[in-house]
Design a binder for this molecule. Structure first.
Ligand SMILES: *Cc1c(COP(=O)(O)O)cnc(C)c1O
Length: 366
């Protein structure tokens, strides 16, 4: 079986190094908000080229605290995409704000600036583009749009570790970037973990308090916070795994290159290639096919696991009935949800497995 993720196929030395780092944490006698969290955040700040990183419990919270620290809440609107992990929209709701869904560019699956323009009202406070599938694009357009509309740019970077445009890494464009280190992400912990990245010292300080019950000085609670801390065990694991991230990313990119040049089936389309290789880290390699469900069933039959990201767009979830969307509708999002399919492209795939995926897809009769 070719799997979407295969942790057990990871390098034995890496697994041993992680086991040792866990033993170190256990032996240290200190488990939450200690030296390992500080060390990893410093490393991640350097990686992203930002001044501040705050370790958090997960990616959902990272988006929520970014908005809350920007004082975005009840009565405020935040524009994002319905073609994303549900967490993006849930975070906006949890911050107390009103999500508004704009449509996507069908060529990439990414949020469409033209549609976002149509969604802006005088209550709009921020736009949250998602670097979907690992693709960072049109950042100059987003910066200009936000400057003109006087709204904040908050990046959902949960799928885009190391992705960059013009040498700037995901999360360093907007006022804040939200990362998830859920195990299946390009950089994953062995549990839940996340981080907020920013160049804004005041924002970082506010989020540092917020993740820890709103506590400033010990026992002094200066705001209504929450509990969302990156623990020492996950931080230690992330520091070890970070050393491998560049290599894993290059492997994903070379797999994507093979898919792009060797997938030939006329009934299957790949999404638009990035402007340059560094802009896409292929958290997912997504194709579209009119008869997606049949393609998926066929691939399962021949031993290839696939998922659709995402088959039910946010505005089609029953609890999202009544959510405001682009006044002309979300037809591109709808079409993409019906046709998208993610092929395996994780860093542990062997050359033979990649060839097998290519051969099987090419043998598919649409
Ligand atoms: C995974 C993911 C999240 C949520 O991250 P968690 O750590 O699972 O809370 C948010 N947005 C996107 C685009 C994601 O892929």
């Amino acid at each position: 079986m070719v799997l979407m993720n295969d942790f057990l196929a990871e390098d034995g030395n890496l697994r041993r190094e992680i086991a040792n780092s866990i033993a170190d944490v256990i032996g240290s006698g200190w488990y939450i908000l200690g030296d390992r969290e500080k060390k990893f955040c410093k490393e991640w700040a350097k990686t992203c080229g930002v001044d501040h990183v705050v370790g958090l419990g997960n990616g959902l919270d990272a988006i929520e605290v970014a908005l809350r620290a920007l004082k975005i809440g009840p009565g405020d609107e935040v524009i994002t995409t319905g073609m994303t992990a549900f967490a993006t929209v849930l975070a906006i709701v949890r911050a107390g704000a009103t999500p508004v869904l704009a449509d996507i560019d069908p060529a990439t699956g990414l949020l469409d600036p033209g549609s976002v323009e149509r969604c802006i009202t005088r209550n709009t406070r921020a736009v949250v583009p998602v670097h979907l599938y690992g693709h960072v694009a049109r950042m100059n357009e987003w910066l200009a749009l936000c400057r003109n509309a006087k709204i904040h740019l908050v990046e959902d970077c949960a799928q885009a570790h190391l992705a960059s445009q013009d040498g700037r890494v995901a999360g360093s464009f907007g006022i804040a970037g939200a990362y998830s280190f859920y195990p299946t992400k390009n950089l994953g912990a062995f549990g839940d973990a996340g981080a907020l990245v920013t160049n804004d010292a005041a924002l970082a300080l506010c989020v540092e308090r917020m993740r820890n019950y709103g506590q400033g000085e010990r026992y002094h609670h200066v705001e209504w916070g929450m509990n969302s801390r990156l623990d020492e065990m996950q931080a230690a694991i992330l520091s070890v795994r970070l050393k491998y991230l560049e290599g894993w990313t290059r492997r994903r990119q070379s797999t994507a290159r093979r898919y792009r040049s060797e997938l030939k089936s006329p009934s299957i389309r790949t999404l638009a290639a990035p402007a340059n290789e560094a802009a896409h880290v292929y958290h997912l390699f997504v194709v579209t096919c009119e008869d997606r469900d049949r393609l998926q069933a066929y691939l399962a039959d021949v031993g290839i696991q696939t998922y659709a990201h995402y088959p039910i767009p946010v505005h089609r979830q029953p609890i999202c009935k009544g959510l405001r969307v682009d006044p002309v509708g979300l037809s591109n999002t709808e079409r993409h949800a019906k046709s998208c399919l993610s092929l395996p492209c994780h860093a542990q795939m062997t050359d033979d497995q990649i060839s097998k995926v290519i051969d099987c897809v090419n043998r598919y009769k649409g």
